[in-house]
Design a protein around this ligand. Sequence first.
Ligand code: CU
Length: 524
Amino acid sequence: MSDHKPKFFTRWLFSTNHKDIGTLYLVFSILGGLIGGYLSFMMRMELMDPGMQYFASPHKFSMFASMHGLLMIFFMVMPAVIGGFGNWFVPLMIGAPDMAFPRMNNLSFWLLPVALICLLISMFVPGSPSGNGFAGGWVMYPPLSTSGHPGPAFDFVIIGLLAAGFSSIFGAINFITTIFNMRAPGMTIHKMPLLAWGVLVTSWLLLLSLPVLAASLIMLFTDRNAGTGFFDPSMGGDPVMFQHLFWFFGHPEVYIMVLPAFGIISHIVSTFSRKPIFGYLGMAYAMVAIGVVGFVVWAHHMFTVGMDVDLKAYFMAATMIIAVPTGIKIFSWLATMWGGSIRMTIPMMWAQAFIFMFVIGGVTGVHMASAGLDTSIHDTYYIVSHFHYVLALGAVFAMFAGFTYWFGKMSGYLYNKWLAAAHFWFFFIGVNMIFFPQHFLGLQGMPRRYVDYPAEFAFWNKVSSIGAIVTLVGVILFLIWIIEAFWVKRKAADNYWGEEANTLEWTLSSPPPFHQYEVLPKIK
Ligand code: CU
């Protein structure tokens, strides 16, 4: 019986194996995160003190901010939680031999490097009269993204995001088909592990929201290059319509990034509390509810566009309702730990930090869902702080939780837990130092996306920027423990967390065989 593996180039460039494609996604995500992280680190260094330090122009700073947002969302978080962990573990957890469409899976991955290259090129070609690159924010509102950026830079951004969008749409089709059709006998939908539930709901969100983004990007493209006026009032168009279309995608996008993270956290909390997850069905359907309600709250990003007050009241109420299923999840994680025999392993530390910080981000989310309050804090650092608590600290912590939980399963090696713990503590302290003071800056009225600020904002900006240096140490430690683990090659047992880790992937060796559930005969 041979576990036939293709040779290097065939294996990694033409890969149709879900585990190899998952690995490619994870490596790609680390690369995207390092580039996006570099951009934000430079912004924090610039904001260390009032005045202009490192950036030649405000345009360049705004360009860094815009690219940081797009890179972190499309080239770090989404590739990691959906492409990486989804590909690796959904087929294993539901007992499928592979994904339903393995060659489309390969296409999904390879569209991403193409997209990334387009975005990187955009930074070095003319954007607006004030400099190279696109500096209109990741939200890409017209007229700044149309007549405001006449150069080719934003066209590269559009092409890149269309490629990334199609990659995700193909991925979503693949996951939905796999989960609906390829579960092992006995793996009913109500027995399915929560990561598979998270990826299933996320796939529906991707499938329903990304075509809207793609359509609005194409409308921007034709407004710029083909004489249409979808968003141009002088031609009968409406720039606010772009905001509606964008946020119809943009709000579900938040849950696209965080629902798989919820799934990862559920497995880890359950394993290291040595208890089954509390309220399994409630957990699964809370994700469905978040997904459904997440589609009808988008205009809470637009309270200041001059919206009708009744409409504001609706979007405010609908937004606050999301706190209910989210609360179900938080309390179910706490109830899982309650009375459990808790082991504070590295992944459990990441998972508990995730819960702590997701709650902070969730609570400030309820603040700004209030249309009255939002009018005064809109576009301030309060918003920046809020969404970094749910994403940079929430989704990213879940990624580290999943990575430290499954690293042995994926690579076959164990990491040094002291190095991994140092990574955790530097990262945890660093990101909280960066983002907690930004609440204060926001309440003081400091606007986001500005390269300079008056002396009144200096203190908390300094604290925030020092936090970026602490975080950088954490990132370096992360790379070091990965290298150390591959260098030293400590063998991981098949079920190295013990029998509490009880989803299907733990029944296989570490790493799993190339073809997990049947050894395919070699065909001549
Ligand atoms: Cu939103």
